[in-house]
Design a protein around this ligand. Structure first.
Ligand code: FAD
Length: 468
């Protein structure tokens, strides 16, 4: 008999619940098939996001292939499982970690039906979050909509500890089952841009480094992009190269500090947004708050492109967008600033921005991304109020006072002094000459007037409320 372990966004061996149970419950006579399916329907070709993800899959495969074999299938999951059943008629069990949001929901419903019809027992586990989406409810038994009461309950609930996977290479079926599909996979990954620091060992090193050097000061340093003191764990949590239980346990071994509790609270946001996405499955398509479903967005494509390229004439926004373009990651404070700017200064639908981040972020996670966008656009469950519009210059002065972060990415402003860096349009002709940057030639003038756009944004939101 064969048992399958189906890897999805859990690209690791250690502390992987599905793999742990599969090995533990495998009888001596049975063998284990380790499987990853590439589903073209699920990825956007040439997006930095998917390139990063598949680089991690390729690395994971390399590691598994050193001791056994990770089978690759390529195509539609239902067809692939039928093919697997034909190839391995004795296959009777499958283990995987659950995915109850977005595309994963429908896919899993369809394949579970197939498993049931073909006498394949399936076992799935909540592995990706500290607390699953259905776990925490308010006193009336309903899901929370607001973060703070959710957090107050979340922080007091016991968290699961890591599971210790005993990997037995001898029990794994190691012949290649689908050579054609493996070939397609090789073609998919052969020309991917090299990703630094991937895999579960790199993830653990990053966790260790963060805890040793940065967690104690996380509270003070996390909002200052140039300090780069956040954990950078998001890309590993997203691929599952790092288990959230491992992160939690490592934190518990640290001395209690304000930094540690603030960091733990951030991990709660991750669970919270997953819970919200599960309860509002339509939220990728429309604002959660019905009163904001009628906003008449301006949606100017030229402005959108300038935002994407980091050429808006607002240095903090441009530096942030260039960080995203160059590294595939953006600091959290800057995600808030750029998202607010897109929606409330450029008056562009947040869904355009959400989609753009989806393509670019190497830590793209639907629940957190949609949650972050709906927060910034004031349309989510527990969002910033619509009349509180970030002023890019003020944000810049507060979180990058010397303009060091700006200068790292907007190199044309390299010589501009701190007092002018946040609003270079205020430079006189002489200052422009002195600092070697001519406005509208070397660096753009602001593409909108913040004060005017702020008023326009508020009135757009108010019109939608009236219409609703
Ligand atoms: P740290 O500050 O070290 O935080 C540790 C971990 O906590 C993160 O890795 C992440 O898993 C979690 N976390 C922190 N802040 C949040 C948050 N606000 N919401 C949910 N989880 C959080 N995060 C993603 O993982 N994927 C996304 O696609 C994503 N899109 C976002 C879009 C917008 C518009 C905004 C405002 C935020 C978005 N975030 C997203 C949340 C946050 O910006 C990133 O998790 C964080 O910047 C990742 O860097 P880090 O690992 O160094 O974070």
């Amino acid at each position: 008999m064969q048992t399958v372990v189906w890897f999805r966004r859990d690209l690791r061996i250690q502390d992987n619940k599905a793999l742990y149970h599969a090995f533990k419950e495998l009888s001596d006579k049975d063998e284990l098939i380790l499987l990853f399916q590439v589903n073209p329907e699920q990825f956007i070709e040439n997006s930095a996001n998917h390139q990063a993800f598949f680089a991690s899959v390729a690395f994971f495969k390399e590691k598994i292939d050193e001791k056994a074999h990770l089978q690759i299938q390529y195509g539609n999951p239902l067809e692939l499982f039928s093919e697997l059943k034909k190839t391995m008629p004795d296959w009777n069990k499958i283990y995987f970690n659950e995915d109850i949001t977005g595309y994963g929901v429908k896919r899993d419903q369809v394949v579970k039906k197939f498993f049931a019809q073909n006498a394949i027992e399936y076992f799935c586990y909540q592995d990706h979050y500290l607390h699953g989406a259905k776990e925490i409810k308010n006193q009336q038994g309903n899901p929370y909509k607001v973060f703070t009461p959710y957090y107050n309950q979340w922080k007091d609930i016991l968290k699961e500890t890591p599971v210790n996977v005993k990997f037995k290479s001898d029990s794994v079926y190691s012949e290649m089952l689908f050579p054609q599909d493996e070939k397609k996979f090789e073609q998919l990954v052969e020309n991917l841009p090299k990703q630094a620091k991937i895999g579960e060992d790199a993830a653990k090193r990053q966790l260790k480094k963060f805890i040793k050097n940065s967690v104690a000061n996380y509270e003070q340093a996390r909002d200052i992009p140039i300090l780069d003191q956040t954990s950078h764990l998001s890309q590993y949590l997203r691929t599952g190269e790092l288990s959230i239980r491992t992160v939690w346990q490592a934190l518990q071994e640290e001395t209690i500090s304000k930094g540690r509790s603030t960091f733990q609270k951030e991990l709660c946001w991750r669970d919270f947004y997953n819970m919200i996405y599960t309860n509002f499955p339509d939220q990728k398509k429309q604002p959660i708050q019905a009163q904001f479903r009628f906003i008449d967005w301006e949606n100017d494509e030229k402005k959108f492109k300038l935002w994407q390229e980091g050429k808006t004439g607002f240095p903090i926004v441009d530096a942030a967008m260039r960080q995203l373009n160059q590294t595939g990651w953006m600091h959290n404070r800057l995600r808030m600033i750029t998202a607010s700017f897109l929606t409330k200064d450029l008056l562009i639908d947040w869904r355009w921005g959400e989609r753009h981040f989806q393509q670019k972020l190497n830590d793209y996670d639907p629940a957190s991304n949609i949650g972050g966008w709906q927060w910034a656009a004031s349309t989510g469950t527990d969002a910033v109020p619509y009349f509180r519009v970030f002023n890019p210059a003020t944000q810049s002065q507060k979180f990058d006072p010397q303009g060091k972060f700006i200068k790292k990415y907007v190199t044309e402003l390299d010589k501009v002094p701190a007092k002018l860096i946040h609003q270079p349009e205020k430079m006189t002709k002489e200052e422009q000459e002195e600092y070697g940057v001519v406005l509208d030639k070397d660096y753009p003038k602001p593409i909108v007037n913040h004060k005017e756009r702020r008023k326009q944004a508020i009135s757009m939101y108010e019109s939608s409320k009236e219409y609703a």
